[in-house]
Ligand binder design. Sequence first.
Ligand SMILES: NC(=O)c1ccc[n+]([C@@H]2O[C@H](COP(=O)([O-])OP(=O)(O)OC[C@H]3O[C@@H](n4cnc5c(N)ncnc54)[C@H](OP(=O)(O)O)[C@@H]3O)[C@@H](O)[C@H]2O)c1
Length: 344
Amino acid sequence: MARKLNVAVVGASGMVGGQLLELLESRRFPVNEFYPFNSGRRPAVVWFRGKKYACLRPSLDALKKADLVFFVSTDEVSAKYAPRLAAAGVWCIDDSSRFRLAPGVPLVIPEVNGGELGPSKKLIAGPNCTITGAAVALAGIHRKFRVKALRLATYQAVSGAGRAAMGQLEAELKTYFKTGKVPVLRGAFPRPIAFNLFPQVGGFDAQGHSGEENKVAAELKKIWRAPGVKISSTAVRVPVLRGHSLGVWAATAKPWTLKALAAELKRTPGLKFFPEAKNYPAPLSHGNKTFEVYAGRLRRADTAPNEFQLWVVSDNLYKGAALNSMQIAERLLADKYFRRGGIL
Ligand SMILES: NC(=O)c1ccc[n+]([C@@H]2O[C@H](COP(=O)([O-])OP(=O)(O)OC[C@H]3O[C@@H](n4cnc5c(N)ncnc54)[C@H](OP(=O)(O)O)[C@@H]3O)[C@@H](O)[C@H]2O)c1
């Protein structure tokens, strides 16, 4: 039988880490030794294939025992270890934003630009959970009709900000149902999130754009290799636990008919398109442990030539993070990169 991979997960006790462990198990990824890591600031235990593991603090030596490391912790942790591990021949799949825009680091959604993977590119980044939905949903239309301008309004679930953010929404709701008041807690968000929403995801730059709005634009341009596409967005945090939604306005260089756009959406890999208006996707039904990106409410927009509107929903923790990383690892496996590297 083929040898299996030694796999490390840095951030195994976190929101994305938990999902990744679930997927490694359910998708039967060939894991030999399994090494989970957390910050070490508090004891954490994770379960994998029926076995209990205590998470350890990462170190270069400990991580070097792995053939493949998933980074699902912080930018700083990825910066500290991933380049050195990659240089030592360890495959690193990084879900943080640290290397997404770094030259020479492929930023990959396998069904959109899996061809960017290569045997010498050992450090691979996965994109921001918000842009993944748009990058997948519009990939086919972009190839055929060339998207030249994109406007987005995002409706982002609290789990996009990690475990502490989920805890904050839950704590606010509990207090509200006890006292009738939403408390102002110092936590993951700048404002209360229960029964609320706010147009701030990340900090603001000098021009007034939020960190998320800047990431979305820069990452899509890299993934599509489309530096000229104009992108503007308003990123909004909403009190949804899981599943990001996007209102999309896209203007193309080439003209289209709605029928041609619908045909393209139907054959776009990784996308499920709902042609009937009333069958639109929503986070609770389509953004919770779902593997695909979902789109509906396709219609003509009147604000620019060749412009249409679309509604897109995807699971920020699966397709926006853990599943995408898994699919990258599965693609490396299918393309025999591990074998060629002498690992399998
Ligand atoms: N949430 C999403 O939808 C999403 C989507 C795309 C990408 N991402 C990215 O994925 C990463 C993880 O996000 P998350 O939502 O899972 O956050 P999270 O729930 O806050 O989990 C963070 C994890 O990182 C660990 N960690 C923190 N500092 C560490 C250190 N110095 N050394 C080792 N481990 C450390 C934490 O361990 P402790 O338990 O010990 O604190 C925890 O396991 C982030 O880079 C985020 O930007 C998240």
